[in-house]
Design a protein around this ligand. Structure first.
Ligand SMILES: [Zn+2]
Length: 87
C-alpha cells in the first residue's frame, strides 16, 4: 500500500480549495476527483472534461478537468496554487 497523505490544496490568494488524499511521495500535480475528501466550495461531481476550476475568492483558474487514466481528475495549475510536495 502506498502512503496516503491528506493535503489541503490552496490558492495563492490563501483560499482553501479542497482536501485531497495524495498517495505516495512527490509533487502534487493532479487530483483524482474520487480522492478529493472535502470541498471548501462545492466542486461539481460531474465535471465535463476541459472545464476550469476557479478559485471562489479571486476567480483565478486553479486547475482544469481532465481524464487521466480513465478517471476524472483536476490537473492543477502550478502557478496558481501553493506548491505541495510530499517526501
Ligand atoms: Zn484565489
Amino acid at each position: 500500500m502506498p502512503r496516503i497523505t491528506s493535503v489541503t490544496v490552496e490558492c495563492k490568494c490563501g483560499e482553501k480549495i479542497f482536501k485531497y488524499h495524495k498517495s505516495g511521495t512527490g509533487r502534487l500535480i493532479k487530483c483524482f476527483v474520487s480522492k478529493i475528501s472535502a470541498d471548501y466550495f462545492s466542486l461539481p461531481k460531474k465535471l465535463p472534461t476541459g472545464s476550469a476550476v476557479a478559485c471562489p475568492k479571486c476567480g483565478e483558474r486553479v486547475g482544469v478537468v481532465q481524464m487521466i487514466k480513465g478517471q476524472v481528475a483536476v490537473k492543477l495549475n502550478q502557478g496558481q496554487i501553493k506548491p505541495i510536495r510530499i517526501g
